[in-house]
Design a protein around this ligand. Sequence first.
Ligand code: MRU
Length: 379
Amino acid sequence: MWDFGRELKLKINNQSYRTIWLNKDDGGRVELIDQTVLPHEFKVATLTSYRDGIVAIKDMWVRGAPLIGATAAWSLYLAALEGQESDHGPEFMRQAGQELCAARPTAVNLQWAVDRVLGKLEGNSSWDTRVSTTRAEAEAILEEDVAMCEQIGEHGLSLLKEIKNKKGDAPVKVLTHCNAGWLATVDWGTATAPIYKAKQNQLPIHVWVDETRPRNQGAYLTAYELANEDIPHDIIVDNAGGHLMQQGEVDVVIVGTDRTAANGDVANKIGTYLKALAAFDNGVPFYVAAPSHSIDWSLFSGHDIPIEERDGKEVTHVAGNDGGQRREILIANETSSARNPSFDITPARLVTGLITERGVCEASETGLAGLFPEKFQGS
Ligand code: MRU
């Protein structure tokens, strides 16, 4: 059973936040942190319809697999409110679910959350019960996400302690890619949860933060989180990881995942695969923090995972803060086009282990079946 008591809730200007919540005075407003303007501005955005939820996911006001799922769940609650108000037919919810699922293709949490919420509606015949059911399910998804990430933190902490025991006094040096942090989930993060646990347990730690071009989730978001929690870190360019590993400056790599296949192949932010190759070559352990809702139990190869291609403008342009003013500037040759695959697949053979909410396992069907036997029954 989940222990729902333990939250991290990062503090921004001395106020604690989750990344998404229902407005406590107005049940028609879902609020979330707009991640497109971080770290230079802290802005809360409001969703009042499921269509707003689609925009928030597509335009990456929210991103990170678990948070995308949580946003989809709340969006379906907003759809149920709309259905109640306009007295739509029952098909309306299914339509809203389909539109939400089309917003981004790679993170399996999106389809998972939509299926889970819509599954609860089967047999519901009134809009009143659809509203209360979707709300209860969205709330449950949020609470479970917090509890799962916290458990990942505990299991990851054990790994960090083992490394520390072998190392002596020096801090454990963790390299992470993209943002698999508090901002990618509801609280704690997946790859960052062991890091936050380490901090709480006075285990000295240093984090190498891959900047993560083209959208810079590392430089903008992971660094922002770590700075807020006073965790020593340095932002590095994406190409520096291999060199640092050769120099013995990386003890462990921990990344997140948008979709892990049932054979242990991992889809994560573009560039993850190169880090895994470098880690393998240098004998550095490479762990993937993988909550079970990011595992696609229906796929047995990473090759079947759909890879999102985003606008080339994310490659040719960069956004930043120019004396308090947000600006986007062209950094490439103006007449060149750009390709922008957003995720890549790291084969299971390069993954030292998956850190799940039930423990750490080998990245393989056998490893996963050991922790989640119910998912393999009948397959
Ligand atoms: O494109 P994004 O920012 O949604 O990509 C996010 C990632 O790749 C994360 O590493 C992944 O979702 C794991 S988040 C806990």
